[in-house]
Design a protein around this ligand. Sequence first.
Ligand code: AMP
Length: 201
Amino acid sequence: MFLQSNTIKRICVFCGSNHGARSAYTDAAQQLGKALVSHEIGLVYGGGSIGLMTVVADAVLEEKGEVVGVIPHALSSKEFAHYGLTELHLVSSMHERKAMMAELSGAFIAMPGGFGTLDEFFEIVTWAQLGLHTKPIGLLNVGGYFDLLMKFVDYMQQERFISTEHRQLIITSHNPEELLSALIRYKPSQQIPKVIDWKET
Ligand code: AMP
């Protein structure tokens, strides 16, 4: 019996435009796609047909789930936009892509990836830090891929560049099913004030 999400309709997944060196990354991307469908949660992602991005999308589509892709025109040929999705939005810039992915999603998950994945992930964390949204943010730490990064995040907290409340914005798990359950149960902290509003960005 799976926990159904009453509030999260779609989750945005950030992940690599490569497959990475180990098959564990692809396996986890497939497991995450299946877990989303079993919780009746749709996928929002960057709309490409390469790397781990397409593995998650294809796993959701195989299980007859909903996949919404958002890709800038300029990347649509380079990342070979995925034309088999439930919906594909072609937008004019990377900024518009990020904003639309955030708007369409009730939560976020980053999986192993490179600079693009980390850029997208930390921008979403920064928006939460500013009180622009209160949506849960998860890190799927497949095979310890993010161990060093999280050590550094703890160091940033230790050196007082990150508050305890802001450190707690990042929910981590090695397991897709456990991570989804944690995001579904998540209650936003009351300690994070709204510093700015969307209208001011
Ligand atoms: P990567 O993790 O570098 O493989 O990139 C994963 C995703 O991030 C891809 O969909 C890219 O389009 C996107 N991406 C790559 N570079 C950037 C960037 N500088 N800013 C924002 N997104 C990016």
